[in-house]
Design a protein around this ligand. Sequence first.
Ligand code: COI
Length: 356
Amino acid sequence: MELKINLKKERQNTEINPEKLDFGRIFTDHMFEMYYTPEKGWHNAQIVPFHNFDLSPATMVFHYAQSVFEGLKAYKYKGKYIALMRPEENFKRLNRSARRLVIPEIDEEFVLNALIELLKIEKNWIPDKKGYALYIRPTIIGTDPVIRLKPSENYLFYIILSPVGPYYKNGFKPAKILVETEYVRSVRGQTGDTKASANYGISLIAGKKATELGYDQALWLDAIERRYIEEVGSMNIFFVIDGKIVTPKLRGSILPGITRDSIIKLAKHLGYEVEERDITIDEVIEGIEKGKVTECFGTGTAAVISPVGVLGYKGKNYIIGNGEIGPISKRLFDEYTGIQYGEKEDVFGWLKIIEY
Ligand code: COI
């Protein structure tokens, strides 16, 4: 497939003040898009000026959420390159999500190359400051203007880019997380292990409740026994228990986070013992009280590594460690972001460096 490029004449001013960036509100001048029809498959791949879509109110995605997405970041690397971290994994996961939502798969290599072209065009939008990046949002939606419940026949795939800073307003300060005991996010067999857009829509109520009670996000428990820890709104979760790094094993309802996987590999490489296993909320609460749980942090593309200082559970706040960033969380953050920004050796060969 050929990639067409149609650039805007007037570019927006890219002199953004990184300190004032609100996550995901500003978008760059251009986007990538391509279309799927049963006759032509994926076709009409193009980089075009950022624009709105003209869609019927009956469009499938609006009614039945036939939509999947990804999140990855581009970094300014050593002042003159662009770096992506394990981008192939994102497009692989996008196809896994697509299969679950009966969406036709994309050509991962073609789309990654199109993204690279788009990034070269939008290079001036990548904030040149540690902790800041260009967030990349590939999305696929079903576009049939039909409200009969069946898979869409036509689809739109697009990638938009947004310069971002830290996901949480308080930056790297420990977050306060509320354990959600009423609602559930997913159950094995459902879509929790994919990036179905609907997963995020149904999570909003718990996030709202958490915010109203003064927390940053909600922590989900499993849907069946309501005991096992699953993940937080926008990140996977890790604990340091008795000096070991422990994270819930992927039980079919948890998102297989790429940052989660990278942190497990990095932590092992740094000599930490890492366990992927079932963790109950009782074990965590008791562990905090007895001083066995000394650290907690979340991982995600947007969240990077976000320390958690307080867990709210059944009306009580539990302070983890001394409520500050723990040494293991800090070390992992430094090592991980050090690789992303070219300060530490990329021992795993995770970076895709782009010259422009
Ligand atoms: C990401 O971390 O990239 C995500 O997709 C989470 C999103 C809710 C911001």
